[in-house]
Write a protein that binds this ligand. Structure first.
Ligand code: ADP
Ligand code: MG
Length: 741
């Protein structure tokens, strides 16, 4: 695929096949179905069910890693360049894709304790902090990490201490930074140890609540995010900040979750679990196709989060993992096709220079502010001391060049001397016989207060210093905060290894190019001496092309079959969902009154941010205050709201007693009452009022209940217990006034 844009580059796709495990070996599949040509970067897949005559399927990738590959090889060849560009201010993404049990987690994390088996993530930690320790001292770095998980289309913060109970996080989009997770915890890390700790905390949080970790990890996506900010003075003398964001993604298992045959909640769950993964597939297809204008990023949380990594501003490496066992042929083939498609995605990476939201800049400002405050304090105490001693304390040179420790020592020394001086003065006052007792007391009190002030001042300074130091320690200065323990020889070795990896990569690229060119130019170079020879050559070529044609035909058949399968599955899911929907409709049509249905329908609004239907509150929150003060409609024409009963009583004749009834009448609301505790005073009112009526007791009782229920429903209508209580207060406050009238 030709790149349209000069700065665009394709997604790098590498494939890794794990060794046969013991179980597979004992199953008799001594020989895997995956063969790899490391030099050419080719994977050859054999169909165990097909006759031997069937041609093998061949795929070419940027690199391939077989069962004997070392973690280090994959890192040096395929990951190191990506991390280097993150350190230079690019966005970078690595994601591991593949069936459960094929080595996604092994590749991304590996076995931490064995240096040979450490995966991409721990190696990246080492890489980042080693780079910082070896960079020039005019560079300042700030590294922070976040860790999240997408499970059933819900984003969970793995670093939030109470993440088990915390609600799912939301995605937000800003024109500045693109899509981000709101309220996601991010930890500033100063060393490999600290960032490893962050990773461990997240891994533990991930395992908590999962009955079967393998099962859980096969159904959820884990994203570890590292942001590296670097500030360096530019040629213009100003400090420029570059921000590189690295996403390390361990995807859910790519095998199809069984959706057919399950119903109700389980169906919805199964549909949700794979939603992100199938959306990822659709995004990759749309991007690889290049013709379809619409890329369905918005279809899932994962694709929205990885939007920049797929067809956007990022460098991306995809590691597709395979198992060699014959029984997984179909899944393996699907993975290879998926990976093959991803090769065609074009990204447009660029350096993120001076973004508005750089945390490093905030840190620098805050540190400068604290520094200024401290200097101010220092200046003040010096000033005082000079006044006292009458001699200069000033030294040559810049204030800032003094070490912080020295400053602190001086400050402490100063405070000690001051205390001693005050103590001496107090002593002198006590000894002084010419002073009156009262005067003595006053002077002593004053000295006491001065000492208190002094201590407070010192405390404040200490606090400020501590804060300043804490903030400054988070900024890593090139070659200063972290000491690089590797010796020169090791460093040389590392560099050599990197060079070799680079060389291997280049060689492979050339080999691949040559292969393509060979096929194209072979024919041009050939000159035929005789007709016979020409016929022979052309026949050979024909045979070759025919074989190729057969391959492609088989491929088309396969893709078609797969398409039909997934279509059938989708149709089945659709049928299940339609059934479900019809059932809900049935309930609505037959058991819910139409007015109620309309009420509910009118309150529904769609929230595009959260991709969900939501209920509008009954009373708009911001207008609630004025709503309370407004006279209710039932009170039109009356001085105050009065009950239907009282109104009837008025109409019946001058029955002044009930005019004072402070009860509104509103339509009976069928929504069940929330909670209301009727005040005693109003209960008394209710009980007393009908006593004057001449109607039979039974009737009376029902009326009491009715009038009470009026109060109740009206409270409920004004939504919520807060209203009911405030309205009760309102009632109480108006009642006495009524009585006086
Ligand atoms: P996934 O995360 O894809 O479900 P895992 O990373 O958990 O798979 O790997 C499954 C098993 O296979 C683990 O026991 C792991 O140690 C082993 N394994 C995977 N890849 C390799 C490899 N390249 N070399 C050796 N063992 C591997
Ligand atoms: Mg895993």
């Amino acid at each position: 695929v030709m790149s349209k844009n000069k700065s665009s580059e394709s997604v790098k796709v590498v494939v890794r096949c794990r060794p046969l495990n013991r179980k597979e070996e004992s199953n008799g599949s001594a020989e895997g179905i995956v063969q790899m040509d490391l030099r050419l970067g080719q994977v050859v897949l054999r169909n165990p069910r097909a006759p031997p005559s069937e041609p093998l399927k061949t795929f070419t990738f940027d690199a391939v890693y077989d069962a004997n590959s070392k973690q280090r090889d994959l890192y040096d060849e395929s990951v190191r360049p990506l991390i280097d560009s993150v350190l230079a201010g690019f966005n970078g993404t690595i994601f591991a894709y593949g069936q459960t049990g094929t080595g996604k987690t092994y590749t991304m994390q590996g076995a931490w304790l064995d240096p040979e088996k450490r995966g991409v993530i721990p190696n990246a930690f080492d890489h980042i902090f080693t780079h910082i320790s070896r960079s020039q001292s005019d560079k300042q770095y700030l590294v922070r990490a976040s860790y999240l998980e997408i499970y059933r289309e819900e984003i969970r913060d793995l670093l939030d201490p109470n993440h088990g109970s915390a609600k799912a996080l939301e995605l937000r989009e800003s024109p500045e930074t693109g899509v981000y997770v709101r309220d996601l915890t991010s930890c500033v890390c100063k060393s490999v140890k600290e960032i490893e700790e962050v990773m461990n905390v997240g891994n533990q949080a991930r395992a908590v609540g999962a009955t079967d970790m393998n099962e859980h990890s096969s159904r959820s996506h884990a994203l570890f995010l590292i942001t590296v900010e670097c500030s360096q003075p530019g040629p213009d003398g100003r400090k420029h900040i570059r921000v590189g964001r690295l996403n390390l993604v361990d995807l859910a298992g790519s095998e199809r979750q069984a959706k057919t045959g399950v119903r109700g909640e389980r169906l919805k769950e199964a549909a949700k679990i794979n939603l992100s993964l199938s959306a990822l597939g659709n995004v990759i297809s749309a991007l690889a196709d290049g013709r379809s204008g619409h890329v369905p990023y918005r279809d899932s949380k994962l694709t929205r989060l990885l939007q920049d990594s797929l067809g956007g501003n990022a460098r991306t490496v995809m590691v597709a993992t395979l198992g060699p066992a014959p029984q997984h042929y179909d899944e393996t083939l699907t993975t290879l096709r998926y990976a093959n498609r991803a090769k065609n995605i074009q990204n447009q990476p660029r350096v993120n220079e001076d973004p508005k939201d750089a945390l490093l800049r905030e840190f620098q400002r805050e540190i400068a502010r604290l520094r200024a405050q401290l200097n101010h304090r220092k200046g003040r105490s010096k000033h005082k001391k000079e006044d006292m001693d009458g001699e200069g304390w000033e030294r040559d040179g810049d204030e800032d060049t003094e070490g912080d420790d020295e400053v602190e020592k001086e400050a402490r020394e100063y405070v000690k001397q001051e205390e001693q001086r005050l103590e001496r003065e107090k002593e002198a006052i006590r000894e002084d016989r010419f002073l009156l007792a009262e005067e003595k007391q006053r002077l002593l009190g004053e000295k006491e207060r001065m000492m208190g002030d002094l201590r407070k001042e010192q405390e404040a300074t200490e606090q400020l210093t501590a804060k300043y130091k804490a903030m400054e320690s988070k900024l890593l200065v090139g070659g200063k905060n972290i000491i690089d323990h590797t010796n020169e020889q090791q460093k040389m070795l590392e560099i050599k290894r990197q060079e070799i990896a680079e060389q291997t990569r280049k060689e492979r690229e050339m080999q691949q190019q040559m292969l393509v060119q060979d096929e194209e130019t072979l024919e041009l170079r050939e000159t035929f001496t005789s007709l016979q020879q020409e016929v022979e050559a052309k026949t050979k070529k024909l045979k070759k092309l025919y074989a190729k044609l057969q391959c492609i035909k088989a491929e088309i058949q396969d893709v078609n079959d797969e398409h039909v399968r997934s279509r059938q599955e989708l149709e089945q899911t659709q049928n299940e969902l339609t059934r479900e929907l019809k059932f809900k409709y049935l309930i609505i049509e037959n058991f819910i009154p139409p007015e109620e249905k309309n009420k509910i329908m009118n309150r529904l609004t769609f929230d595009p941010e959260e991709d969900q239907w939501k209920f509008q509150p009954l009373v708009p929150a911001e207008r609630s205050f004025s709503q309370m003060k407004k006279r209710p409609a039932s009170a039109v024409g009356y001085k105050r709201p009065i009950s239907q009963y009282a109104r009837v009583a008025i109409a019946m004749g001058p029955h002044s007693r009930y005019r004072a009834e402070n009860i509104m009448f509103l339509e009976l609301d069928m929504t069940p009452p929330t909670s209301v505790s009727l005040d005693r005073s109003s209960e008394v009112e209710c009980n007393q009022s009908p006593s004057a009526d001449s109607s039979p007791t039974k009737d009376r009782a029902s009326r009491v209940r009715k009038s009470r229920s009026c109060v109740r429903t009206q409270c409920v209508q004004l939504t919520g217990p807060t209203y009911s209580t405030s309205y009760q207060k309102h009632l109480q406050s108006t009642l006495p006034r009524l009585d006086h009238k």
